[in-house]
Structure formats: structure tokens, C-alpha cells
Design a protein around this ligand. Structure first.
Ligand code: OAD
Length: 231
């Protein structure tokens, strides 16, 4: 039976062919860095400059990358799919929106947004934060990257869990399944009666949990799957 309501979860693998490094693995971002040194609230309290510079460099690097065939195919599915569709990304880059996706939630925040720890506003931000610029709303020089760090609550969880509860197809693309709560979505979707599909370069820790797994680069596998869905 053809599905009607789809939830798609993406991870760093969907942006790999655009030249954005993934987190784990030999060339992964976490290879030269300790996660605890840059991606926790404690790290930010201990050495804010180090953390700001790490994210400033990643924000600046976004100017040198463009969406790949996987982002574009997911945007086409979004535009043409008549049922419900929600793209939930763990990625903090803006390649899904630049590719054209609209029904999209960033559960781990966005590189191109700052978060004011004084007034709570989250302004769009494309420049550096390491030089302590003032918040455009309250003027305090207390902006941090709007990134969900380890130990913090991911964004939009109510909306995501509601969509998973209603979906009849759950697709996970380019994620190692190492980080919760995203790694648990496949089980939640199955409990809701959905069919589950993994698309990833290699088998992941979560592969045995899925009804079907397709392995290969997202830039090839995702357009093929989208053609099938719309065909
Ligand atoms: P990972 O780096 O853990 O995993 C990336 C996955 O993508 C791996 O399973 C790779 O095999 C796969 N992959 C690599 N290249 C690919 C390609 N061309 N096509 C398809 N798959 C490919 O990244 P995430 O699972 O996204 O969180 O990591 C989850 C979270 O951990 C991130 O959002 C980040 C990180 O710590 C925070 O910073 C809060």
C-alpha cells in the first residue's frame, strides 16, 4: 500500500557529498576534537572563545558548499507529495532550505542563528560570534551559537513526536544512529505502525531495526527513492 504520511530524518551523511564533514569516522569532525571540549554547555562556560571559533569556522565554511542531489530530491518530494511530510534534520547547515525544502525542522539548531543567553532571542546570524557582538534585541554581548549541545533538549520534540505517531513511512538518511533521541525515532515509528527504511552509505548501528535498508551514497540513493515515491 502506498504511504500517505512520511517522516524523514536526515543526518550528516546527506551533506557529505556537498563537502560538509560528518561527525564520526576517519575524517569526521569529532576526530580532531573532543566532543566535551566544544559541544557541551560546560565547554562553553570553560572556554567560550574556543567554542565560538569552532562554530564560527563551520558557519563560514557554509559559504563554500552547495546542496547536492540528495537535498534537491528531498525538496522535490516535499513540493510534490500530497500527503503529510516532515523532514527532520539533525544537521545544523542550511543545505535543505537552500535545496528548496519547506516542511523542515532543525532539531539540533542552526549554524546561521545565534541565541542570546540574556534575553532568549534567536536572531539569524551569518557572521562571527567570537568577537562578542551585541544582541540585536537587548544589546547584551551574550550571544552563543543556536546549537543544541550534548545535555540540552533538542528543539521541536512535540511536533516531531506527533508527526511520527501519524506517519506510515519513516525514512532515515545519512545518520549513524548514535545520538538520542533521534536514534529512537525508528522504534517510535514502528510502534505507530509505520514501515521503516534506512538509506546510508554503510550499514549503521541501527540497520537491524529497519524493515528495509539501502546502502550507497545519498546523492545516488535518495534521488532513486524519490523517483519511486513520485513515479
Ligand atoms: P555521523 O557522523 O554520526 O554519521 C554520519 C552517517 O552518514 C554515517 O553512518 C556515515 O556512514 C553516513 N554517510 C557518510 N557519507 C555518506 C553519504 N555520502 N551518503 C549517505 N550516508 C553517508 O552524523 P549524525 O548521525 O548526523 O549532534 O550525527 C548525529 C549528531 O551527532 C549530530 O547532529 C551532532 C553529532 O554530535 C550535535 O552536535 C548535537
Amino acid at each position: 500500500m502506498k504511504p500517505r504520511n512520511i517522516v524523514i530524518l536526515t543526518g550528516a551523511g546527506v551533506s557529505a557529498e556537498s563537502g560538509v564533514p560528518t561527525f564520526r569516522g576517519p575524517d569526521g569532525l569529532w576526530e580532531g576534537h573532543h566532543i566535551e571540549a566544544v559541544a557541551t554547555p560546560q565547554a562553553f562556560r570553560r572556554d567560550p572563545l574556543l567554542v565560538q571559533r569552532f562554530y564560527d569556522a563551520r558557519r563560514a565554511a557554509l559559504g563554500k558548499v552547495v546542496p547536492n542531489a540528495a537535498h534537491l530530491a528531498l525538496a522535490r518530494l516535499d513540493a510534490e507529495w500530497r500527503g503529510e511530510l516532515l523532514l527532520v534534520t539533525q544537521n545544523v547547515d542550511d543545505l535543505h532550505e537552500r535545496g528548496g525544502s519547506q516542511r523542515l525542522l532543525h532539531m539540533h539548531g542552526e549554524l546561521q542563528r545565534a541565541l542570546c543567553t540574556a534575553c532568549g532571542t534567536a536572531p539569524a546570524w551569518t557572521g562571527a560570534l567570537s568577537d562578542d557582538p551585541p544582541c540585536p534585541r537587548c544589546g547584551a554581548a551574550r550571544l552563543r551559537p543556536d546549537i543544541v549541545w550534548f545535555g540540552e533538549m533538542p528543539y521541536h520534540m512535540d511536533e516531531i513526536e506527533m508527526a511520527i505517531g501519524r506517519c506510515d513511512l519513516f525514512v532515515s538518511i545519512g545518520t549513524s544512529g548514535a545520538v538520542y533521541p533521534a536514534a529512537g525515532f525508528v522504534t517510535q515509528a514502528q510502534r505507530a505502525g509505520a514501515r521503516t527504511l534506512e538509506i546510508n552509505l554503510d550499514p549503521s548501528a541501527g540497520t537491524p531495526l529497519f524493515d528495509e535498508a539501502r546502502h550507497g551514497p545519498a546523492g545516488t540513493q535518495v534521488p532513486k527513492w524519490v523517483d519511486e515515491m513520485l513515479g
